[in-house]
Design a protein around this ligand. Sequence first.
Ligand code: F6P
Length: 543
Amino acid sequence: MPALDTTKSWQDLSAHAGRIENMHLRDEFASDPDRAQRFTFEAAGLVADLSKNRITDETLKLLGGLARERCVEDWRDRMFKGERINITENRSVLHIALRNCEDRPIIVDGVNVMDGVDAVLKKMMVFCHQIRSGEWMGYDGRPMTDIVNIGIGGSDLGPVMVTEALKPYAHKRIKTHFISNVDGTHAAEILKPLNPATTLFIIASKTFTTQETIANAMTARDWFLAKAPNQQAVARHFVALSTNTKAVAEFGIDTDNMFEFWDWVGGRYSLWSAIGLSIALTIGFEDFENLLEGAFDMDEHFRLAPLESNLPVLLALLGVWNANLQGCTAHAVLPYDQYLHRLPAYLQQLDMESNGKGVTLDGVACAWQTGPIIFGEPGTNGQHSFHQLIHQGTRKISCDFILPAISHNPLGEHHLMLMANALAQTQALMLGKNEAEVRAELKPGDEALLTHKMFSGNRPTTTIAMKQLTPSTLGALIALYEHKVFVQGIIWGVNSFDQWGVELGKQLAKPILAELKAGKPGDAQDASTKALMARLLAWRKEP
Ligand code: F6P
């Protein structure tokens, strides 16, 4: 693929960005009563208002041209067909198969992957029924009350985010917990209140070799066996989610209790697979299917809608526009729904592990910015923390405001207050407050405060609204972001589906761990690491 900055559409867009440099959103809204309507798009129960971004009709037209020149439709179709578009790992990218609710055949190496997908879903359904009904009992004959998912990265963040987001749908008897960090504190604090006789452990790891997960799984097994009557009890209390049958068996989990998935499911795209077992056990299989169906609706929209009204494509192009041509240095995800409090953390992995890349598919260094820094907090907490910088800081930050109309907890006027705050934030970021407006409010003698109280406005926000946060709308929202990230990767020319950048740290941790165990830093360590190791080891020896 040609370098992004050498393409005609990129050069046209850069020239256009220069032409509208002085445009202010306040003026655009004042002069164009149809602006909001023209720049609002809908799909799969989600409404996205892009109008508070610094865009014009011409911008969207040129961005559409960019998508065409970068062959977005072709890449999208190749993904849906199961081609090996993850070229550095020689793998297909088929999370869409996991929620292919119409069972359209998807053939990889002559095999219809849907057969395996359907079989695992069926196994999950049966297991969900057994656990939730209480039919599946622990070693002393009682039903499970607690589920502990042990995994990290994609084997943790998706399930954590979704089980938190869909708490109103959770089973009353079952509490779901997550252990991810190798810090023993995480396991210790989660296990402390639990009763092994009524706890089910789910060991979730695509590779089943991840150091943190295996260490936590061994700790959980030791904790369990300290109370369980015998080794056989493990079969009632430990299940595995993995692509690695051999390693699961070696760990000591009966492979009958293993829920399989495949190498064409990327870790950060895996919550729809067996990795979602903790979700299905928590909210029930029917609502898990509703989650899949919501995602499927978005997949169908992404697959079939023209680029000009294709929501994931539009969000992706807008993100590229803001990051590469409008100088935005980060992107904030601001869910105005407490249940979505882990969405920013989930999207950090989805976006930053996917597009945090410095070379193109051809291995050539990118001369343009790629994946943005993603951060966020649920509204209104963020308003009393980092929104100050978004309003008046020297860095430009684009934002997504995510806003359901109906709360699951209709307490007094809380939800109206929440919505009012979200809308007011996007309005303030758009309008700003100019000199005349500040002067009109300044008390005599307060002239020195003038510039402190001024807001430039003109700061880009997108509002994604929905009627209510349900399994279906959540599925659509996650799929929206997944496809957005994919399209951005295509535009930037990077592989969104590998993650070589996490390897070096893992590699270097091995000799450091060996030396820490031996109580002496190795001579090969750099001076800084060596000194730190020596100090930490010395402290550990002190009484
Ligand atoms: O952090 C790297 C990574 O490979 C992620 O991509 C993945 O989600 C995570 O580790 C966990 O991997 P696994 O599911 O194989 O334990």
